[in-house]
Design a protein around this ligand. Sequence first.
Ligand code: URA
Length: 444
Amino acid sequence: MNMIDLINKKQHGKSLTRDEIRYFISEYVAGSIPDYQAAAFLMAIWFTGMTSQETGELTLAMAESGDQIDLSEIPGIKVDKHSTGGVGDKTTMIVAPMVAVCGVPVAKMSGRGLGHTGGTIDKLEAIPGLSTELEIDQFISQVREINLALAGQTANLAPADKKLYALRDVTSTVDQVALIASSIMSKKLASGADKIVLDVKTGSGAFMKTVDEAIALAQIMVNIGEHAGRETVALVTDMDRPLGMMIGNSLEVEESLQVLRGEGPADLAVLCRQLAANMLYLAGRGSLEQCGQLAEEAVNSGRALETFALMVAAQGGDAAYIRGEKTFDRASQSYTVVAASSGFVHFIETDDIGRAAGLLGAGRSRKEDAIDPLAGIILHKTLGDRVTEGEPLVTLYYNQDEQLREAVERTEGAFVIADEKAKVRPMVLARVTAEGVEMTCSDL
Ligand code: URA
């Protein structure tokens, strides 16, 4: 077998065998296939696509390229969750304790933010003292004790994906559904959960701009899960507006705590309830409706908040921030953007809001960049809201002002105010399972 033949085969749209895919992954990780051949191969895949069989094989080969976490010492069905990435997406910090208090163990490994989207690990690290670098034994024993651990991915989790993702990033081959699906699912399969709930975002702040594209990606990932024997359900959810009203690491922890206290914005609370209900459903806790009620009770009883506090303490963090005995600091400076005209917020270029938060210090454009946990944005108005000229739209929080001007310009340009009211979609637009696609018309 040699790489030139494989590139040529894919260039002409032919299907690769399991052995050919495994050869590519193992030799690329070992360093014997150079980046220029791997890049040509990725570009051929970008143009000609992959069959579902090839996508499944690629995912398994990447999942098996490094550590595979064994969660069998944790009793019960372990259900994982993953979001394809959005702006203000803090659902893991809310959903994980909701599910854990209903008796379903959550042993979750998460990633850091890159580009305009945030990552759960950066958000959790905004809690003073908290560590996400858990040894695997500690991770498992914490879940056995309190049913919940949120940790960073081990360094050797799906190394093939790590190497290929970095190459895709610089060869304009990220946005290919089979490559996105195999990248996400390889990490989920290697993380060891029995079942998986995916949150596939669609809209101006998401990778998949249309509902149809998001459903297509969801279907591929659900099929990969089935192929690997891990039941998978995907919700296709709205990202035409930031999720909730707060963006930035520490601010997103604050807003998550609001939701765990039964307060907080309705869009975020609704999505968290639905994600938690689907995780509980996969764990066999009843019908979706019953699972929705269980999830709601987990919040209303205060138990989800307390479980989150226990997790924070177990990971070295100061739980007084979670229990409301201490309040989070805010960045030293702020700047408020006001509405230039009256009307309704008709459109938000959501990824520009994410990029603006990044420019203030909340995100990184290169892996090695440091982030400022206090930098971020609070929205005063969101999609569909009425505004009058001069009224505050958003407040930007920052400690460093080098990129403030650009952040302000991006934020101002992101809001379109018009006379007619925008049509605000329900949060959950579709539910994709191995059986098919159900379109959702309302959040109720
Ligand atoms: N997230 C991933 O982990 N991989 C992709 O390819 C895209 C988003």
